[in-house]
Design a protein around this ligand. Structure first.
Ligand code: HEM
Length: 545
């Protein structure tokens, strides 16, 4: 018996090692992009990924490479594999939109998504994704979302009152702590009829986890106790191991995976309770059958699918929307207020439009969608904040089959040839740089790195047509573009209007030069050399007369 066990262990180790070695050689040669120019590989084990993940600010290194090699180049990733890094508009359009599902998410990013959100819409691929997306779409239509406008407005008013009650006005407020509270309350109430009570300070396990969730992913916090490189090589293992072994290793979570699991467990609890209450309430109520809010839509999809599988998927999507639907909008608002605090003239111009609308509709009136849309500069600052500060700076994909990616802007290869198509092999890793596309001088002009909202008013002639909103990549594009982009824009409009109508924002006494855009899964603001303080966006808030 013992002999059998020893032999089995030996065979397992031997087969796994052979698999890994073969995979290493296969990836190194078969998926080689050596014909493309790109930065030298800094380590065979971690490639260039270590430099990218450990940079203090999002996109600094990539920006340097894009300037040197053009809008598409070769970079090397963990375990000896090449990746195509690309910001070319036509290439992004091709990968995300034209090819449908031919460029799924990379295996390691899929595994993290599953660990956090289960089998929901962010994880699903191909047919399963298509089905989930079709089911959810009605909940995110413009008409459906209009009904939430007054909730967005009320929630912003509650935040303003809270600042006054807590006597924070005329002082420095860390707005990055407050904004997620309203967006969490809003997503709970609008999508799931669930009260998080975050703004009222209700103790809430999920809310607590959200607070620190991304901080733990910052370069300094990932694995302070482990030797350099392991913080990156460990999470990347699933991409090179046989699936059963990768699944087995999942039983020994790393620190960041533990954080994901805590989120997963806590969000599962909330999702289950949301479903239980909603199912009980809906039972026998004929009128709930026409409802198009997220929860009703998910409940109905339950009725038409294999119940257990459907419930699993629906809970996954619920958990996805809870996170994706609040942190992203809060972070974008944070960067928007940061830019307006630094540009008092622009803030004043937005406020002038707000005053005009108020004068037109009356002091007490609720704003309609058309009122928000009637303010050109107000909307231009929202677009400019989304352009300069995309909360998700990159997306990881891989080719499902051999393919050829077209380019708008030809590039020069290692041999000096000019090409406008890049051949990729099955399994090729592709990194889509949202942050870089949003700042391409070829698309946005020589001042692409500057805050200049007027560009969305003056530049009426579009140079590209990409993404779902304002020619930006911030909400991604194609079959997997952000399903909640309209929700986000309406919420951003309501929060910006509600806050700027009551308050003026300016830099704190020490200024804002020390705020960094730190890579942590998404992009979070932190103070240079003071990351231990956590997420920080200190702004001076003054009540308007
Ligand atoms: C400014 C705010 C937001 C930004 C910048 C943003 C950005 C994005 C991006 C870049 C993706 C693509 C991710 C990928 O392909 O891996 C995405 C997907 C998604 N977003 Fe958003 N998002 C925002 C707000 C929202 C809101 C408010 C909701 C829901 C209420 C939401 C729900 C989702 C969902 C469910 C997906 C997955 C879609 C799919 O795979 O089909 N997002 N978002």
């Amino acid at each position: 018996m013992l002999g059998t066990v020893v032999k089995a262990i030996f065979a397992f180790i031997f087969i796994s090692s052979a698999y890994i070695l073969f995979g290493f050689v296969y990836r190194y040669y078969q998926r080689s992009l050596k014909f493309l120019r790109g930065p030298p590989r800094s380590s065979l084990l971690t490639g260039n990924d270590y430099e990218i993940i450990h940079q203090e600010e999002v996109n600094v290194i990539e920006n340097k490479w894009f300037n040197e090699y053009g809008t598409a180049f070769r970079t090397s990733t963990c375990y000896g594999e090449d990746a195509l890094m690309v910001a070319d508009p036509r290439a992004l359009q091709y990968v995300l939109h034209t090819s449908g599902y031919r460029f799924p998410k990379s295996i390691d990013s899929q595994q993290i998504t599953k660990m956090m959100f289960g089998r929901g819409i962010l994880w699903a691929e191909g047919e399963v994704h298509n089905r989930q997306r079709k089911a959810l779409n009605p909940a995110f239509s413009a008409t459906q979302l209009r009904q939430f406008l007054s909730l967005f407005q009320r929630s912003t008013a509650r935040l303003a009152n809270k600042w006054k009650e807590e006597q924070l006005v005329s002082s420095v407020v860390n707005v990055s702590q407050w904004l997620p509270k309203i967006t969490l309350d809003v997503i709970g109430e609008s999508a799931f009829d669930y009260k998080f009570g975050a703004l009222d300070g209700h103790a809430n396990e999920l809310g607590e986890i959200f607070k620190h969730m991304f901080y733990i992913l910052t370069p300094q916090c990932r694995f302070p106790s482990l030797p350099p490189n392991t913080d990156y090589t460990l999470p990347s293992l699933p991409a090179v191991l046989p699936t059963p072994l990768a699944n087995f290793l999942c039983r020994f979570p790393t620190k960041e995976e533990t954080r994901f699991r805590e989120f997963s467990d806590a969000s599962k609890k909330v999702a289950k309770s949301v479903f239980r209450t909603a199912t009980e309430a809906a039972n026998g109520q004929e009128d709930s059958k026409g409802s198009k809010d997220v929860l009703s839509v998910l409940l109905r999809s339950n009725l038409t699918e294999d119940p257990k599988k459907a419930l699993d998927e629906d809970e996954g999507s619920t958990r996805t929307i809870m996170l994706a639907g609040h942190e992203t909008t809060a972070s974008t608002t944070t960067w928007l207020l940061f830019e307006l605090a630094k540009s008092p003239k622009d803030q004043q111009r937005v406020y002038a439009e707000i005053r005009d609308v108020r004068a037109r509709i009356g002091v007490e009136a609720e704003l309609a969608v058309s009122d928000y849309d009637s303010m050109p500069f107000f909307n231009a600052v929202i677009k400019e904040a989304l352009r300069l500060h995309p909360i998700v700076p990159t997306l990881a994909r891989q080719a499902a089959s051999d393919d050829s990616i077209p380019l708008d802007f030809p590039i020069i290869t290692e041999s000096g040839e000019e090409i406008s198509q890049i051949p990729v092999s099955k399994g090729q890793r592709i990194v889509l740089s949202i942050a870089m596309y949003n700042r391409l001088t070829q698309v946005w002009g020589d001042d692409a790195n500057e805050w200049k909202p007027e560009r969305f008013i003056i530049d009426s002639k579009k140079k590209t047509a990409l993404g779902v909103y304002a020619n930006l990549m911030s909400f991604s594009a194609g079959v997997r573009a952000c399903i909640g982009w309209r929700f986000a824009i309406m919420e951003l409009q309501a929060i910006l209007f509600g806050l700027l109508e009551k308050f003026e924002f300016s830099p704190p006494p020490g200024g804002l030069d020390d705020i960094q855009r730190v890579p942590a899964g998404i992009m979070i603001p932190m103070k240079k050399n003071n990351w231990q303080e956590g997420v920080q966006m200190p702004l001076h808030v003054k009540a308007r007369e």
